[in-house]
Design a binder for this molecule. Structure first.
Ligand SMILES: N[C@@H](CCC(=O)N[C@@H](CS)C(=O)NCC(=O)O)C(=O)O
Length: 219
């Protein structure tokens, strides 16, 4: 059986988990946190989560894992079947990860965990995200899913990217990026109706509450 190493606070873990649930694949989630310990690095070379343990070995990097799952469990498909459209789905995934999520993530510690604000990041992140949003708007075609009426991994990815990035940017800049992308609110509405989203978000909120209690107790 597939083993998903990663705890439910992690939005990347939640993307893989939602894809597994959508496909109805049996898996076990091992609530692992990122770590630079040697035994974890042997599985996940950057020490990040998620890490998927398969019969053939370990896999990391969410977009690579999502594509692997689509190849070994093709039903239901989570990418368009036609090559160009499939590349377009990957394009949306990469743009949202590299130019929105990763930029916003520089403020993660400040937004959620009481770290001091980096003034350098404060000056740099907003213009980076503005460029990312401009590209994202150009590449998406909401209807209500990011590529129209067909749901897939690009939707799962975008949902979990924006869920985190929008909370961070709201807290740091009082900036509502959801309002800047026409179609995104309807996308969130459609995603929120899915059973798999509800399960993943319920687990996320429970794990987040546990983490916050642990952090408070450690102060
Ligand atoms: N590019 C990676 C990003 C994964 C990632 O950043 N995971 C976070 C948790 S949501 C993590 O492990 N952070 C710890 C670290 O960056 O060392 C992926 O696609 O899986």
């Amino acid at each position: 059986m597939l083993k998903l190493h990663g705890f439910s606070v992690s939005n990347y873990t939640n993307m893989v988990k939602q894809c597994l649930l959508e496909k109805g694949v049996e898996f076990e989630q091992l609530p692992t946190r990122p770590s630079q310990e040697d035994d974890f690095l042997a599985m996940s070379p950057m020490g990040k989560i998620p890490c998927l343990e398969t019969a053939d070995g370990f896999l990391v990097e969410t977009s690579a894992i999502l594509e692997y799952l689509d190849e070994i469990h093709p039903d239901p498909p989570m990418y368009p079947s036609q090559a160009f459209a499939k590349a377009k789905a990957r394009e949306i995934i990469h743009v949202s990860e590299l130019y929105i999520e990763l930029a916003a993530r520089r403020h993660l510690g400040n937004a959620f965990f009481g770290a001091e604000r980096s003034e350098e990041a404060y000056a740099e992140v907003r213009p980076q995200v503005e460029k990312g949003l401009r590209a994202f708007k150009q590449l998406t075609n909401f209807g209500p899913y990011v590529m129209g009426s067909e749901f897939g991994n690009a939707d799962v990815f975008v949902y979990h990217v924006f869920r985190l990035a929008s909370q961070i940017l709201k807290r740091v800049y009082d900036w509502d990026i959801m309002a800047e992308v026409p179609g995104l609110a309807a996308h969130v509405g459609a995603m929120d109706e899915r059973d798999t989203t509800q399960r993943v978000i319920a687990d996320h909120e429970e794990a987040m509450a546990v983490l916050m209690t642990q952090l408070k107790a450690a102060k």
